[in-house]
Design a protein around this ligand. Structure first.
Ligand code: EPZ
Length: 420
């Protein structure tokens, strides 16, 4: 198992290129099931999760091939020959559940392994299943698998989410595109990745209005055709490297990043003493003076994203003053706090809230263990500012969502290397 060895203390400076968004690429690849025509995705990030989704689509009978030599573009097409998503793939990546809606909408059946929980919570999929039932699918659970059938196709319905679930919105948006009649998704999630998916579906011939809002109206069509779609920049990768500039007291230019997708993160970082300014080709992040502690809560978009919580917690460990962090989205997403405390941080967790008593220069290097994708980056951030050497174990978590992280950080001055 690979690990990262980091020696902290260097302010980072230079340019980091931001890749395509993992959490847009995964649903967009699943959308390839909605037509036999070729869907070409460009600006595809090279990540472990993309490889997993490619394997999943290929075992459904779909061809998923790079269109040029650097695999930054994928061509997805072909007929579905198998409607089962097996446990050994789904357990590796929960986003596999996103093939459920497209398979049922396209073929009238699907047998998808229930995704297990993961390090950040139970992560049920009840909202996905209830929505499909409202659209006329018969759902049964047996042997750890979801069986969904709709032999006469899906019927449009009005679905009101009790919580704006990202995955449920994406699954049902894709299913509704080919349903008979009108579907309304109310209290839908509004993340930029959902807007990106909706834009791609429209390019494929879907009829969707309300894009970007929490109320999506979809008029089902008989079939969709191919398209070519560029994947939006990854706002979480952008925010993560913004924190690398902030924690090391450096200045980074994030090429391709979109400040307009980082509203709540930018506001929070500005409050902590970090400046983020939009440029023609991205944004620049610069720490002004010292960092000061701030309070924030994670919320559905456009609120502060839960996928940035671990990174901000690491930053607050070396801020001057206390910070109160409340995690409203996942029930168990503070796993990284214990590892940060092993590096000298002072963090107390009470239920959904954590209090961080920050101390400039307060972190010392140590061997630490990554528990999930975003926690891994939080520990790297801590290592970049800690005195001495930090070893981050289990970086396979990181490789799921950050392309070439050690190369990108070394190129702007970090002392970091991957050790197999
Ligand atoms: C997506 O997960 C992202 N993953 C997550 O990013 C992200 O943290 C999350 O949205 C929130 O923004 C992808 O896009 C592939 P949810 P998803 O459905 O769709 C509960 C990362 O690090 N819920 O909005 O699973 C659920 O338990 C990953 O890139 C139900 O109760 O998120 C959670 O508490 C981590 N029933 C909350 O809603 C359901 O049917 C948010 O889940 C569905 C969700």
């Amino acid at each position: 198992m690979d690990r990262f060895r980091i020696r902290g203390g260097r302010p980072l400076s230079g340019t980091i290129t931001i890749g395509g968004a993992k959490n847009a690429a995964l649903p967009l690849m699943a959308a390839g099931l909605l037509t036999d025509d070729r869907l070409v995705l460009t600006n595809v990030p090279r990540l472990a999760d993309i490889v997993t989704m490619r394997a999943l689509l290929m075992q459904h009978g779909i061809a998923v091939e790079p269109t040029d030599n650097n695999a930054a573009s994928l061509s997805i097409g072909g007929a579905i020959t198998n409607t089962e998503a097996p446990y050994d793939i789904v357990r590796k990546m929960r986003a596999s559940i996103l093939v459920l809606g497209p398979l049922v909408a396209r073929t009238g059946e699907a047998r998808v392994s229930l995704p297990g929980g993961c390090a950040i919570g139970a992560r049920p999929v009840d909202l996905h299943l209830k929505g499909l039932e409202q659209m006329g699918a018969a759902i049964s659970l047996d042997g750890g698998y979801i069986t969904a059938t709709a032999p006469h196709g899906l019927t449009g319905a009005t679905i009101v989410f009790p919580f704006p679930s990202v995955g449920a919105t994406e699954n049902l948006l894709m299913a509704a595109a080919l349903a008979n009649g009108q579907t309304i998704l109310a209290n839908a999630a509004r993340e930029p990745e959902i807007t990106d998916l909706a834009d791609c579906l429209v390019a494929m011939g879907a009829r969707i209005t309300g894009i970007g809002s929490d109320r999506l109206t979809i008029e089902g069509v008989k079939s969709l055709h191919g398209a070519t779609h560029p994947i939006i920049a990854d706002r979480i990768e952008t925010g993560s490297y913004a924190c690398a500039a902030a924690i090391t007291g450096g200045t980074l230019h994030l090429k391709g990043g979109r400040l307009d997708h980082l509203g709540a993160v930018a506001r929070t970082l500005r409050e902590a003493g970090v400046e983020m300014t939009a440029e023609a080709d991205g944004l620049t992040v610069k720490r002004l003076n010292g960092l000061h502690g701030i309070d924030f809560i994670t919320e559905p978009y456009p609120g502060f994203p839960t996928d940035m919580q671990a990174q901000l917690m690491a930053l607050m460990c070396v801020a001057d003053g206390a910070s109160m962090i409340t995690e409203n989205i996942f029930e168990d997403r503070f796993g990284h706090h214990a590892e940060l405390n092993r590096m000298g941080a002072n963090i107390k967790v009470h239920g959904a809230s954590a209090i961080v008593r920050g101390k400039p220069g307060g972190l010392q290097g140590a061997p630490v263990m990554a528990s999930d994708l975003r926690a891994s980056f939080g520990l790297i951030l801590a290592g970049l500012v800690a005195t001495g050497e930090t070893t981050v174990n289990r970086v396979y978590h990181l490789d799921r969502g950050y392309e070439s992280a050690e190369q990108k950080l070394s190129a702007v001055g970090a002392n970091i290397e991957r050790v197999s």
